[in-house]
Design a protein around this ligand. Sequence first.
Ligand SMILES: [Zn+2]
Length: 396
Amino acid sequence: MTRVFTGISDLFTPARRLGDAAMVVEEGVVSWIGPRKELPLSYREQPHQHLGDRGVLPGLVDSHTHLVWAGDRLEEYRLRACGARYEEILEAGGGIYHTVEATSRASSETLLELAEQRAEIFLRGGVTTLEIKSGYGLETAQELRILEVVRALNRRIPQRVVPTLLAHVIPKGWRRQAYLEMFTTELIPEVRRRGLAEAVDVFCDRGAFELQASRSIMESARHHGLSVKAHAEQLERLGASQLVAELGGLSADHLEQTNEQDWRALARAGSVATLLPGATLILGKSLPDARGMLAAGVKLAVASDHNPGSSPLFSLFLALQLAIVLAGLSVEEALMAGTRHAALALGKPELGNLEPGSAADFLVIDGRNATLPLYTWGQLPLRQVFIAGECVCSLA
Ligand SMILES: [Zn+2]
């Protein structure tokens, strides 16, 4: 099926910007894009879908979320607002462990419903692809159950879902070595056997996994044909970014404590550096030097890190706005960080892009200028969301 879209006043691919553009979509994939006047003759005869002289952006890709959880962390939020530290709360058995308990008590149906409601908010916020991590299960059966919920969610929602197995923290009552053994010899192979995740992420930090343990997990993941990534250098610089680079990982995320050596290593390896401004700000930290990262040649992505503790953030556009004002990204760089580079952080170059051969996932902006959603805060001027060339959400 062929669809021809015209009435596009301003379009970001995101690498190119076109005025008065047209786009042709065949079988859900962009087959032609360019100035309307240059639309090939064969397409001119076909009925056009006129978008009303509005801006168009690629659908956003949120490359880092923890969408499946139950309970809330309001009490922790209140304590942190009074000065309590995230690490102290985690060490005292709260934080992530609190969510693990609430999640394990919730039925799979409840988890699915909660995640579906959140995914709907992300859809209305322009996110057409969601990476979703496990990690609030910890024990084998619970981790597998969460990934099964992610699989069921993928069948229920219009967005594309990319599932990731997360090595989050050592569960209470487990010896470190025994857990590591279980994770690498039981959980990773079983996740692989059931086809439940595309990548394995390790929270390599103080209070979670040290560098050597992170290496064992990532090497096991690679041995089983899964991609690797890490929560790296958020609280302390343990060397996770360079480990991701050494193992050819997809992305290193957080990076608050990184330095130039780390950025160069990521750049050389082609691993994406992902900033998570929601978590950075909520935990009272500073964003890493994004301009320095870009100068080192790193591809920069920005994600929501949606989770109940350190980033109860439902808006990727807000994360991009924060990256513009606090990390010094240009509007164009922020756009790239929420689309094309985020897709590369998932190993999916066909997403986050509106060039021939890319998936036709795009947003119709409620205005002529496509960058409008990066300008207004708390009010999203979005009209329609398309996935694979089909309108899946109308907001006007
Ligand atoms: Zn995270």
